[in-house]
Design a binder for this molecule. Structure first.
Ligand SMILES: [Zn+2]
Length: 228
């Protein structure tokens, strides 16, 4: 029921905008109008265009598409062309917000550079936390200088930055970086498996491993270091 009301309301609102657009465009093209008046109509037309864009974001294209004169598919309600990228995103203020869909690498090919291999690189700051999604196909990189070309594997990497912790998840690794409590970093950090470190030294790492009866790894908890 709510959806039907939304559809009816939207149809009414859009009709009003289309009528106003027609009215403004007629005056915009009238040759006799003074320049200043024409400029005003131009501004009105632009603003109405913006109103149309925002209204059409609410449209779920319930009634399907019709073919336009230039053989494109336009929504029967809002007139948006199918497959054209949206300039704005509409989010509800309650419930789960969704932007985009889950994308993974699409090709087995190795592309000439990251630009050509990039599928998505997008970020959102959500109530103070930064979320970054980077999805790309495989590409050639000379990150280490000319003549040292490497092939970067196709990947989907999601990174969350919350206060001074950065957690990134890709196909092979879950990586957590914690800012040094003293704030000072002089050289790259060491990295070793737990069994390579003496029991005594292990005591300085506030990490709890989770596992089942068969010692299958189920996760870990890190007690956050206290800032000094
Ligand atoms: Zn529509």
């Amino acid at each position: 029921m709510a959806a039907r009301n939304a559809k009816a309301q939207l149809r009414t609102d859009l009709k009003r905008v289309f009528r106003a657009l027609g009215f403004a465009s007629k005056h915009l093209n009238g040759r006799r109008a003074p320049k200043a008046t024409q400029n005003s109509y131009f501004d009105v037309y632009q603003s109405l265009g913006l109103a149309w864009e925002f209204l059409s974001l609410q449209c779920q294209h319930w009634d399907g598409y019709k073919r336009t004169r230039d053989r494109k598919l336009a929504c029967r309600i809002c007139g948006k062309i199918k497959g054209v990228q949206e300039r704005y995103i509409l989010l509800t203020d309650s419930g789960v917000k969704r932007i985009g869909s889950r994308q993974t690498p699409t090709s087995k090919k190795t592309f000439a550079n990251k630009n050509k291999a990039q599928l998505i690189h997008d970020q959102i700051v959500f109530h103070g936390a930064l979320l970054d999604v980077d999805v790309h196909n495989s590409y050639k990189s000379n990150l280490f200088g000319k003549g040292h070309e490497i092939t970067v594997a196709a990947d989907r990497r999601v990174t969350l930055n919350e206060s001074d912790i950065k957690c990134s998840v890709d196909k092979f690794v879950v990586d957590i970086k914690v800012e040094s409590p003293s704030g000072k970093i002089f050289k790259p950090p060491y990295g070793e498996f737990p069994w390579e470190i003496s029991k005594e030294k292990l005591k300085s790492f506030p990490v709890i491993f989770h596992f089942d009866d068969k010692y299958e790894f189920l996760g870990l908890t890190i007690i956050r270091p206290v800032k000094k």
